[in-house]
Design a protein around this ligand. Structure first.
Ligand SMILES: [Zn+2]
Length: 92
Protein backbone atom coordinates (compact mmCIF):
# COMPACT_ATOMS: atom_id res chain seq x y z
CA UNK A 1 0.00 0.00 0.00
CA UNK A 2 1.21 3.46 -0.88
CA UNK A 3 1.19 5.45 2.34
CA UNK A 4 0.83 8.79 0.60
CA UNK A 5 -2.80 7.98 0.08
CA UNK A 6 -5.43 7.57 2.69
CA UNK A 7 -9.09 6.65 2.71
CA UNK A 8 -11.40 9.01 4.52
CA UNK A 9 -15.10 9.33 5.11
CA UNK A 10 -15.76 12.75 3.67
CA UNK A 11 -19.18 12.76 5.34
CA UNK A 12 -17.39 13.24 8.68
CA UNK A 13 -15.92 16.48 7.46
CA UNK A 14 -19.22 17.76 6.11
CA UNK A 15 -21.08 16.82 9.30
CA UNK A 16 -18.48 18.50 11.46
CA UNK A 17 -18.66 21.72 9.47
CA UNK A 18 -22.45 21.71 9.50
CA UNK A 19 -22.53 20.98 13.23
CA UNK A 20 -20.19 23.86 14.05
CA UNK A 21 -22.26 26.32 12.07
CA UNK A 22 -25.55 25.17 13.62
CA UNK A 23 -24.08 25.27 17.13
CA UNK A 24 -22.93 28.86 16.63
CA UNK A 25 -26.56 29.88 16.37
CA UNK A 26 -27.70 27.93 19.42
CA UNK A 27 -27.69 29.06 23.02
CA UNK A 28 -28.30 27.24 26.30
CA UNK A 29 -27.02 23.91 25.14
CA UNK A 30 -23.82 22.11 26.03
CA UNK A 31 -21.16 22.45 23.34
CA UNK A 32 -18.38 20.45 24.98
CA UNK A 33 -16.33 17.97 22.97
CA UNK A 34 -18.17 15.00 24.44
CA UNK A 35 -21.55 16.32 23.34
CA UNK A 36 -20.23 17.37 19.93
CA UNK A 37 -18.87 13.87 19.33
CA UNK A 38 -22.19 12.34 20.39
CA UNK A 39 -23.95 14.66 17.95
CA UNK A 40 -21.55 13.73 15.16
CA UNK A 41 -21.96 10.03 15.86
CA UNK A 42 -25.73 10.33 15.75
CA UNK A 43 -25.76 12.28 12.50
CA UNK A 44 -23.18 9.99 10.87
CA UNK A 45 -25.23 6.92 11.75
CA UNK A 46 -28.14 8.42 9.85
CA UNK A 47 -26.23 9.50 6.76
CA UNK A 48 -24.52 7.42 4.09
CA UNK A 49 -20.72 7.31 4.29
CA UNK A 50 -18.82 8.97 1.45
CA UNK A 51 -15.40 7.43 1.22
CA UNK A 52 -12.76 9.24 -0.75
CA UNK A 53 -9.07 8.77 -1.32
CA UNK A 54 -7.20 11.85 -0.20
CA UNK A 55 -4.24 13.51 -1.85
CA UNK A 56 -5.98 14.02 -5.16
CA UNK A 57 -6.49 17.65 -6.08
CA UNK A 58 -9.07 16.91 -8.74
CA UNK A 59 -11.44 15.33 -6.26
CA UNK A 60 -12.47 18.61 -4.67
CA UNK A 61 -14.81 19.81 -7.39
CA UNK A 62 -16.75 16.58 -7.11
CA UNK A 63 -16.85 16.86 -3.35
CA UNK A 64 -18.24 20.37 -3.52
CA UNK A 65 -21.04 19.15 -5.76
CA UNK A 66 -21.69 16.35 -3.31
CA UNK A 67 -21.80 18.84 -0.47
CA UNK A 68 -24.46 20.90 -2.23
CA UNK A 69 -26.50 17.77 -2.97
CA UNK A 70 -26.25 16.41 0.55
CA UNK A 71 -26.59 19.67 2.41
CA UNK A 72 -30.32 19.45 3.18
CA UNK A 73 -29.97 15.88 4.51
CA UNK A 74 -26.94 16.77 6.59
CA UNK A 75 -28.60 19.85 8.06
CA UNK A 76 -31.68 17.82 9.00
CA UNK A 77 -29.75 14.99 10.69
CA UNK A 78 -27.42 17.40 12.47
CA UNK A 79 -30.40 19.37 13.75
CA UNK A 80 -31.98 16.17 15.11
CA UNK A 81 -28.65 15.18 16.68
CA UNK A 82 -28.39 18.50 18.50
CA UNK A 83 -31.94 18.19 19.83
CA UNK A 84 -31.44 14.64 21.00
CA UNK A 85 -28.01 14.96 22.56
CA UNK A 86 -28.72 18.27 24.27
CA UNK A 87 -31.75 16.69 25.94
CA UNK A 88 -29.91 13.50 26.91
CA UNK A 89 -26.46 14.58 28.01
CA UNK A 90 -24.16 11.68 28.83
CA UNK A 91 -22.25 13.62 31.46
CA UNK A 92 -22.99 15.89 34.42
ZN1 LIG B 1 -21.48 18.38 27.00
Amino acid sequence: MDEKFEIKNYMEKMVKKNLESQLEKRNNICKCDRCKLDMMAYALNHLPPKYVVTDKGSIFTRLQELEVQMNADITREVFKAIELVSKNKRHK
